[in-house]
Design a binder for this molecule. Structure first.
Ligand SMILES: C[S@@+](CC[C@H](N)C(=O)[O-])C[C@H]1O[C@@H](n2cnc3c(N)ncnc32)[C@H](O)[C@@H]1O
Ligand code: SF4
Ligand code: SF4
Length: 475
């Protein structure tokens, strides 16, 4: 078996009533099937021994749909909750357009340890519409209130946008008043400055991207969760229910650490962090990130070719689960993550699962990045970048291996966390101090390096180089 089986993420529905502008279902309309996995198919597939014996948690979310719009959603949840040994169920939804009695039924099905996340980005009906287009505020608020009476934990999730950047405290207060158990602030990368120039409008502005003065707070963590009452009965019972799950995860993490000791990668999918992913067509993927890889013109997609050649083999609605998960063809994917010198061709793996880019406290703890000497970090980095280190000065060639400028920045923080550095961009004769970059120039910096790197690749006329120089060093 090539993947751990204790956590699964299922896209039971690719239907949705909303039109969030940066959701793949809105952006890539027509390129995916609008459908659902029928209750019968779910029962047949997930009553197999492998799933019954090993699955502990099921996340009902998906990449391009909302689970609550499955035509038999309540029956689906009832089915998963009826399985033995018992499973934890997690639901992620926009929460709109359902009636109170429907939520009451769901509330009665869920148990301690289960949770439901409501994606709400506004502080009132009209601000929520700024991203959650077509949402129905009053039904969402009613849903949160109703679910707060259930045994399941209720999480209010807000993505940090320009339109809510000054209202975070207000939203958090509203979440508490409405009955949520926790508030989570999520940092999105779906903005122009993160290598996505297509989000700029005619004035050269990304209208949804938070202003730079708000960024330091938002950039520190990918997701910030705050429990309103950590000692509540729900929370304590949930911790009990999660005990076994955490034991499985710790074991999987340790095995992954051992196996990838020398690799540049720490693949999430090898320790079940995000769950084995099944999309609405029944395709199995190691995680949801790789289920909709970047468009081909942006990057040669190893996975697209892989799935084109072997699609039917990796469909769990057409093959037994154990066969899909133990197919020797997975070796081709797994070997991508093994090298101590090369990053995988799969762009999502390259971006999401390199060791130094984990910003989850928990994973960083496992990886013990903090304990590595600076020499050993720099040594590791020599493997992935053209790096010159001489006294007081570090130069790095912005090469193909560093496709993502955000990675470049995080890399700098990883290798030289203590140093005050001046970042020198030889082109356009610009110099930015470390403080400038951290405070408010961060995005400009990312944007300009990326643009220049792209131009350089296209024209081949000049080499792009970014130098980090210790303060006071001679230029
Ligand atoms: C495609 S949605 C599916 C679940 C559900 N429909 C929802 O929106 O919560 C999966 C996740 O993507 C998140 N999401 C949507 N737009 C996003 C964006 N622009 N940046 C970051 N996450 C986003 C949602 O909040 C949700 O947590
Ligand atoms: S609610 Fe979720 S699935 Fe629906 S459009 Fe928004 S992000 Fe996409
Ligand atoms: S991005 Fe790649 S390495 Fe990371 S979890 Fe997904 S498949 Fe695994």
């Amino acid at each position: 078996m090539y993947f751990p089986n204790y956590h699964w993420h299922l896209e039971i529905s690719s239907k949705c009533t909303l039109k969030c502008p940066r959701c793949p279902r809105t952006e890539q309309k027509g390129s995916y099937v609008v459908s659902e996995i029928s209750l019968e198919q779910l029962i047949e597939t997930f009553s197999q021994d492998l799933f019954l014996n090993e699955a502990q948690k099921i996340t009902l979310c998906g990449g391009q749909g909302d689970p609550i719009y499955h035509s038999q959603f309540l029956e689906v949840v009832r089915f998963f909750k009826s399985l033995r040994p018992r499973k934890i169920v997690t639901i992620v939804t926009n929460g709109s357009h359902k009636k109170r009695d429907w939520w009451q039924e769901l509330a009665a099905i869920l148990d301690y340890g289960d949770d439901i996340t409501f994606s709400v980005d506004g502080y009132d009906a009209s601000s929520n519409q700024r991203y959650r287009v077509n949402s129905d505020w009053s039904s969402t608020i009613e849903a949160i209130k109703t679910m707060s009476t259930s045994r399941a934990q209720v999480i209010w999730n807000t993505i940090f946008f320009k339109f809510n950047q000054e209202h975070i405290q207000e939203i958090k207060n509203l979440a508490l008043r409405t009955g949520a158990d926790a508030f989570r602030l999520t940092r999105s990368h779906l903005f122009a400055s993160f290598d996505k120039p297509y989000y700029l409008n005619e004035q050269g502005i990304d209208p949804l991207e938070p202003d730079s003065q708000y960024l330091p707070e938002a950039l520190r963590v990918a997701k910030k969760m705050e429990w309103f009452n950590p000692q509540s009965e729900k929370n304590l019972k949930a911790s009990e229910r999660y005990r076994e799950f955490h034991i499985s995860r710790k074991k999987a993490v340790e095995q992954t650490l051992e196996r990838y000791e020398d690799s540049l990668m720490f693949p999430n999918c090898q320790f079940g962090y995000r769950g084995n992913y099944v999309d609405v067509e029944g395709q199995f993927y190691p995680c949801s990130w790789v289920s909709h890889p970047a468009p081909e013109e942006e990057t040669p997609s190893f996975l697209k070719a892989f799935y084109r050649a072997h699609r039917v083999k990796f469909n769990v609605l057409k093959n037994p689960l154990h066969q899909v998960l133990s197919d020797p063809l997975w070796e081709e994917v797994l070997k991508q993550w093994d090298s101590p010198h090369h990053l995988p061709e799969i762009r999502e793996c390259h971006r999401k699962c390199q060791k130094q880019f984990f910003d989850s406290e928990e994973i960083r703890h496992y990886l013990s990045l903090g304990n590595k000497s600076q020499e050993s970090r720099i040594d590791r980095l020599r493997n992935i970048a053209d790096l010159e280190v001489s006294e007081g000065k570090v130069s790095l060639r912005y090469c193909g291996k560093f496709k993502n400028t955000q990675s470049l920045w995080e890399w700098k923080n990883w290798a030289f966390p203590e140093d005050k550095l001046t970042i020198y961009l030889p082109f356009r004769k610009r110099e930015l101090t470390y403080a400038d970059v951290e405070q408010n120039m961060y995005l400009t910096f990312l944007w300009s390096t990326h643009q220049l790197a792209r131009e350089a690749q296209l024209t081949g006329k000049f080499k792009v180089e970014v130098r980090f120089e210790k303060e006071g060093a001679e230029k």
